[in-house]
Every structure is written in structure tokens, then in C-alpha cells.
Design a binder for this molecule. Structure first.
Ligand SMILES: [Zn+2]
Length: 143
């Protein structure tokens, strides 16, 4: 069962590192933008093409129809803006959570550095830890 825990932890790190978030945001924005393009096609380009080519017979669209096209497109744009805003809030939230996590890791006390000096047992001065002879009293030090 330990490897499952390890796997989940690794996945959590991977998901929080931002790569997955960026990817997910890209996919969602792309899907939402596709709705705008679809709406643009259905509500503006198709009616114009139908009118120009006479596919639906030569007729002018009525004002209520044109208004319906316009409001459908406007709805798609508003949906996109709302969704982008919500996404922005989610990304900000996740980023701040990640930052809190990183700050906590920063607050961990650093491991004490390995000693680089020792005290000569003969003259009691501080000398380099690797010294085999004291530079002050020239005593030989058996390590
Ligand atoms: Zn010494």
C-alpha cells in the first residue's frame, strides 16, 4: 500500500506545480472559445451565407430573427467572459495555496552546517578541522 501513497504524493506535486493547471486552463479556454466561434458561425456567417447563396430561399431575415442571432452570440461571449473570470479566480486560489505551501517549506529550520573548525587540545586555538598539525603551537594532532 506504500507505493500507492507515494504515487499519490507524486501526482499531487505534479498537479500543483502549475503544468497541469496551465494545461487544464488551456483546454477549458479552448473549449469555451470554440463555443464563441460556433455561435459566430451559426448566428452570423450561416445566415449571411444562406441569404447570399439563396440556400433557404431568397428572403430577408426579420428583425426578431436578427435580434435572436445577436443575443445568442452575445450569450456565448458573456459565457466565455464569466468562465474566464471564474477560471482566473481558481488559478489565483491554487497559486496562493501553492505559495502558502512553499512558504511553509521555507520556514523549516535549516540543518546546522557541518563544523569546519576544531580546537587544538594543546593550545586551545581554533584550527581547520582537517589539520594534522596545529599552525599555532605546531603540535601534531592524531585524528
Ligand atoms: Zn595548538
Amino acid at each position: 500500500m506504500n507505493w500507492i501513497k507515494k504515487f499519490l504524493n507524486e501526482f499531487k506535486d505534479f498537479a500543483l506545480k502549475g503544468n497541469v493547471m496551465d494545461l487544464a486552463v488551456g483546454v477549458i479556454i479552448g473549449a469555451a472559445f470554440k463555443d464563441i466561434v460556433t455561435s459566430l458561425t451559426e448566428n452570423f456567417i450561416n445566415p449571411i451565407l444562406n441569404f447570399l447563396t439563396g440556400a433557404t430561399g431568397w428572403r430577408f431575415y426579420s428583425w426578431p430573427e436578427i435580434a435572436a442571432f445577436g443575443s445568442a452570440f452575445l450569450t456565448a461571449v458573456i459565457n466565455f467572459v464569466i468562465m474566464a473570470f471564474i477560471l482566473f479566480c481558481i488559478v489565483k486560489l491554487v497559486n496562493s495555496l501553492t505559495n502558502i505551501k512553499l512558504k511553509k517549506e521555507d520556514e523549516k529550520p535549516e540543518e546546522p552546517a557541518a563544523p569546519t573548525t576544531k580546537v587544538c587540545p594543546y593550545c586551545l586555538t581554533e584550527i581547520a578541522i582537517g589539520a594534522s598539525r596545529c599552525p599555532h603551537c605546531t603540535s601534531e594532532l592524531n585524528q
